[in-house]
Design a binder for this molecule. Structure first.
Ligand SMILES: [Zn+2]
Length: 267
């Protein structure tokens, strides 16, 4: 009886691995400022085109032994690891869905949209951690997904739009002040752009908590990194991971954090 469910989970997980492979291409070609819509993938070293059967997510890396078929140079492990992670995310989420009545109770289109918003955010996190970039492609994809979610869930448009205006003006103002004080760009435009879909989804007033938590977590990590001597003051840190981490916390635990905080003040 479970055969159908497991087959669907396998297909879904493999689809995520394919998507991961494509998202990796998006990230790499964003850095190289190439178009990712056309042109087949090439080996980074010998520039030979990669054959379709050498480009199957997860599997090709294994049967090629992690090396290019032609020049035998090592293929970056990060592609394989993100594809495998995505596959495992699919399996984990599928199994969770099978045993979780609250997930099954959600409308399927809502569940799908929520899932892919967090899945894309995972790749924004990877892109910013590896290369300190937030590809526009992901921001636009997120905008489309949160807009569709808004249509599906319905409800007031006023608070989401207020949240977008609030977060954008906050970051632009902060960037302006920081530039006056530090005489250089302290905030990336990528972070400002990323805030737009996040703010639209979280809505007002939860977006204020997202930004607040991002600075708390970011400040804490910056301190740790400074103490450990891995970076010096003035060196840039990727900020999107903190925004995303704070977004996830605000989205799932925002109300609980708020009550805890209010309880702390009013004690
Ligand atoms: Zn090669």
């Amino acid at each position: 009886m479970l055969f159908l469910e497991f087959s669907l989970i396998f297909l879904f997980s493999f689809f995520l691995a394919v998507l991961a492979s494509f998202f990796n291409v998006v990230i790499v070609r964003t850095i190289k400022e190439e178009s990712f819509s056309k042109g087949r993938s090439k080996c980074d070293f010998c520039k030979k085109q990669i054959l379709w059967y050498d480009n199957v997510p997860i599997l090709s890396f294994l049967w090629l032994g992690g090396k290019c078929r032609y020049c035998h140079k090592k293929i970056a492990k990060v592609y394989f690891l993100t594809e495998l992670t995505s596959f495992l995310i699919g399996v984990g989420f599928g199994l969770l869905f099978l045993i979780s009545p609250p997930l099954q109770a959600l409308a399927i289109e809502q569940l799908v949209l929520y899932f892919f918003i967090f899945f894309v955010l995972f790749f924004v996190l990877l892109a910013d951690l590896q290369y300190m970039i937030v590809p526009d492609f992901f921001v636009i994809l997120l905008l489309v997904l949160v807009f569709l979610l808004k249509l599906v869930v319905s409800g007031s448009w006023l608070e989401p739009i207020m949240a977008v205006i609030f977060s954008s003006s906050f970051f632009i103002l902060l960037g302006f002040v920081a530039k006056k004080l530090l005489k250089k760009d302290a905030l990336g435009w990528g972070d400002v752009k990323l805030m737009i879909p996040l703010a639209f989804m979280l809505s007002w007033p939860m977006i204020a908590m997202n930004i607040f938590l991002a600075f708390i977590i970011g400040g804490f990590f910056a301190m740790l990194i400074l103490i450990s001597g891995r970076k010096k003051i003035g060196q840039a840190l990727p900020f999107a991971p903190f925004l995303i981490l704070a977004f996830v916390l605000s989205f799932f635990y925002g109300a609980a954090i708020w009550h805890w905080y209010i309880g702390l003040i009013l004690r």
